[in-house]
Design a protein around this ligand. Structure first.
Ligand code: SF4
Length: 288
């Protein structure tokens, strides 16, 4: 199996640094996931479109500064890779469905056996819900997830000839597949310029005041509005990895941050950017 790396859209850490804005209503000492705070979503297919015509909230950055931020992310990670193991669009879809409120490592541990038993929709449908449940029982919410994996496999066979569709509406019509999951699949498997707002991207959008918003949809829209076209393809992974390893929830590692001079976060502790260099195969800054 090809090992790939993906950032799980569903992994949420209940942490907030001083000065960080709260997500939408209900955030307490154990904040809900961004998706849980989002207001009613637009219908499937109503995708926010990037482009200068759209107006977002005022942000304290010039276009040049925004471009420089993403240029530096691109230098660090020219080809960012996902962290969930998968070998094709179907196993990617299943891994992402399983990753909600679970760690990537935990999902990978479970999917190695599951994908060895079934790596396409037909085989997964034939495997059956009970067997799927046994493979994923170490993952949170495994009963619901096993049911969804089986149901979406059947749906793929019945509606799409066993293939994962490449359009949002068809993806979001599958059991257990929401906007975030569709965004990850569209971005990673089909190369679309989508942005799946997880806890890290939600935090960065608000903390840095790049794409402030009370809901994941607002943050998604904000980022899609400001990210220069040449950086949209990989922005999703860059932002997640920056949030996971540098601009952490409880204690941002500003000394390791390559955009410290540009950052407008109230919580930042230095204006001196870290050395800008490609991180290579490793995802972490040297001293992280
Ligand atoms: S300077 Fe600190 S707060 Fe700003 S992006 Fe970097 S790590 Fe985050």
């Amino acid at each position: 199996m090809t090992r790939k790396i993906i950032s799980s859209p569903g992994r949420i850490k209940a942490a907030k640094a001083p000065g960080d804005p709260e997500p939408a209503s209900g955030a307490t000492a154990a904040p809900p996931t961004p998706s849980a705070t989002a207001p009613a979503r637009a219908p499937a297919g109503a995708r926010p479109k990037p482009g200068p015509a759209r107006r977002g909230p005022r942000i304290p950055y010039t276009k040049l500064e925004i471009a420089e931020i993403f240029r530096r992310f691109a230098v660090q990670r020219p080809e960012p890779q996902p962290e969930l193991e998968h070998s094709n669009p179907f196993t990617l879809l299943v891994a992402v469905v399983l990753s909600a409120q679970a760690t990537d490592a935990g999902v990978n541990k479970a999917t190695r056996g599951l994908f060895a038993a079934a790596s396409d929709a037909g085989a997964m449908a034939a495997l059956g819900e009970d067997a799927i449940r046994e493979h994923v029982r170490t993952i949170g919410l495994f009963r619901n997830k096993a049911r969804n994996v089986h149901a979406l496999s059947l749906a793929l066979v019945e509606r799409h000839g066993g293939e994962v569709p490449s359009d949002r509406a068809s993806l979001e019509a599958l059991p257990g597949v929401g906007r975030k999951t569709a965004n990850v699949v569209l971005n990673t498997a089909f190369g679309e310029e989508t942005l799946a707002v997880d806890t890290h991207i939600f935090r960065i959008g608000n903390r840095l005041k790049l794409a402030p918003g009370k809901s994941v949809d607002e943050v998604e829209q904000g980022f899609l509005t400001i990210i220069p076209p040449q950086f949209r393809r990989h922005a999703h992974h860059w932002l997640i990895l920056h949030g996971r390893y540098v601009c952490k929830a409880r204690k941002p590692e500003c000394a390791l941050c390559v955009i410290a001079d540009l950052c407008r976060a109230d919580v930042k502790t230095t204006d001196v950017p870290a050395e800008l260099r490609e991180l290579g195969a490793g995802l972490l800054p040297a001293s992280a």
